[in-house]
Design a protein around this ligand. Sequence first.
Ligand SMILES: NC(=O)c1ccc[n+]([C@@H]2O[C@H](COP(=O)([O-])OP(=O)(O)OC[C@H]3O[C@@H](n4cnc5c(N)ncnc54)[C@H](OP(=O)(O)O)[C@@H]3O)[C@@H](O)[C@H]2O)c1
Length: 258
Amino acid sequence: MTTSAVEPGTGPTPDPAGGRALDGRVAVVTGATGALGRVVAARLAEAGARLVLAGRDEARLREVASDLGLTDDGWLAVTGDLDAAGSASVAKATEATFGAVHIVVHLVGGYAGGTPIAETDPTDLESMIDQHVWTTFHLARAFSEPLSRGGFGRFVAVTSPFGFNPPGRNAAYAAAKAAQQSLVLSLAQEFRGTGATANTILVRTIDAKRERITAPTSANARWTTPEEIAATILWLCRPDAERVNGVALPLFGGPTPG
Ligand SMILES: NC(=O)c1ccc[n+]([C@@H]2O[C@H](COP(=O)([O-])OP(=O)(O)OC[C@H]3O[C@@H](n4cnc5c(N)ncnc54)[C@H](OP(=O)(O)O)[C@@H]3O)[C@@H](O)[C@H]2O)c1
């Protein structure tokens, strides 16, 4: 019988290389106030990265930094929308403060859906495209040169299997996630040979309450906890993951999401 000190899907995954794989690296996290963003920010900081938390509300960003015990010299808040100017400001402020940027983990999100296309308000499609596509495009534009300049760069986003296998009643979200996926994988092609990588993780549902483990059902069997996703993001960001570029990595416990 094997035993584990950590309940599956909950705690941080022990790092076989000893924990501080990202010492000296600078990581931008968007959506850091979200369910996944907080956990990812924590793991990046534990691995030694200095953090730039980009979001719309400075008070919420400060709360995250305080919860994580970040020191003033270990993090920076940049507030504003992730439009063209806002994304460029994040890149500029990051380099001005820390002298470099090595990692961008893009975790802005939101969901609109549940209705057939005929009943879907056009503003739902607009909001999904705004959140998932335009933010990714503007960030990729702002960070592709700085990430590929220094021989080490990582760009990671969390997309959805709905992007390539869309169910009904989710057209706006699925279309936006498909476009986000294409943007990141295009960036990966442009990164070839630079030491920078761009990858996506495919998640069916973020299981923030760990119901897959505490109350398993057939419906939550494909869900993934924030800790499991964060461990995978951390792995993609490690220096020894440089050969992983242009991957859409499924994280739903099986070859298919359904
Ligand atoms: N939840 C799921 O089941 C699921 C499934 C597949 C993929 N994903 C993806 O995983 C990532 C994290 O999801 P999550 O569930 O942790 O998200 P979440 O808890 O809903 O948090 C969303 C985050 O995005 C920020 N945000 C939303 N719209 C924004 C905008 N227009 N500009 C800037 N920031 C904005 C929010 O910031 P504020 O503090 O300013 O509101 C918040 O930090 C997202 O990319 C999501 O699409 C999620």
